[in-house]
Design a protein around this ligand. Sequence first.
Ligand code: NAP
Length: 291
Amino acid sequence: MRIGWIGTGLMGAPMAARLIEAGHRVSVHNRTRAKAEPLLDLGAGWAGSIAEAARDQDVIVTMLSYPADVAAAYQDPDGILAAAAAGTVAIDMSTSSPALARRLAEQAAAGPIAALLDAPVSGGPAGARNGTLSIFVGGDAGALARVRPLFEALGTTVVHHGPAGSGQAAKLVNQVLVANVTQGVCEAFAVAEAAELDPRQVLESVRVGVAGSPLLDFAWARLAADDLEPGFKVAHLAKDLQLVLDEVDDARELPGTTQVHALCLAVADALGGDRGTQALITTTRHSGETR
Ligand code: NAP
């Protein structure tokens, strides 16, 4: 298939690489070209603009940072909705707003594009590299059938949650779990440190019990190595939790999520939003930089 891929960051780059390696003809665009260079070495073409990436493709994928980036990429006068050829299927795989996904799908349906799916993912950069992502799909079932082979190159679980916006809504459920589990892992690590336990031994015990999870393994290993580099940026978790809080009538219904949202904003403010979410540890340490 001819694929226009827009957004080659921590997730977008390894995902696009899998499609190139599967033999698809991929044109890539990213705001910062340097992050797309490894994909050009793999055989991708460079598109100098979003419009150039969107023109004459079978499928267009966006994997961008924030809902505002997604809205601009599709709705700008020289954006995807204006540039895409008739019959193209567009897929937004960023984590974004369900309401925006519904709006964009309606606008796409009124134009030449065949359909616009929302298909955010879970699994992190490792899942992206290994093709083991979980893909949460909302939108037209016929369009999903057409692009299913691409999803199967990217992930091992593809679930159609319903109409446009439902993929994003399901992904936000996932982010409530991610937020509260990450905060729990950070607090557990701080307790292990305070008790002067060997973190590797503690992990060996807890990971095989009911508290085990891929997120525990990932975050604990980074914390044990004192590594705050991002697999998932703390500013992006703050964005996701704001989207969750926008979906509920009263934020007091979600006390844990509300608290982790505030902690993410504090960490982003103190250390920078590009730190990994394991930087939430700094809110638990007495010597931490955010106290
Ligand atoms: P990232 O590393 O920040 O990548 C986002 C990329 O989009 C960046 O390379 C950025 O360009 C590019 N971009 C943003 N606006 C653009 C525009 N208008 N035109 C062209 N390029 C633009 O983030 P990520 O970790 O890959 O995450 C991408 C999305 O997936 C986010 O919505 C995130 O919440 C979600 N997600 C992340 C993970 C994870 O574990 N990392 C897992 C699941 C879902 P620059 O290079 O110039 O910044």
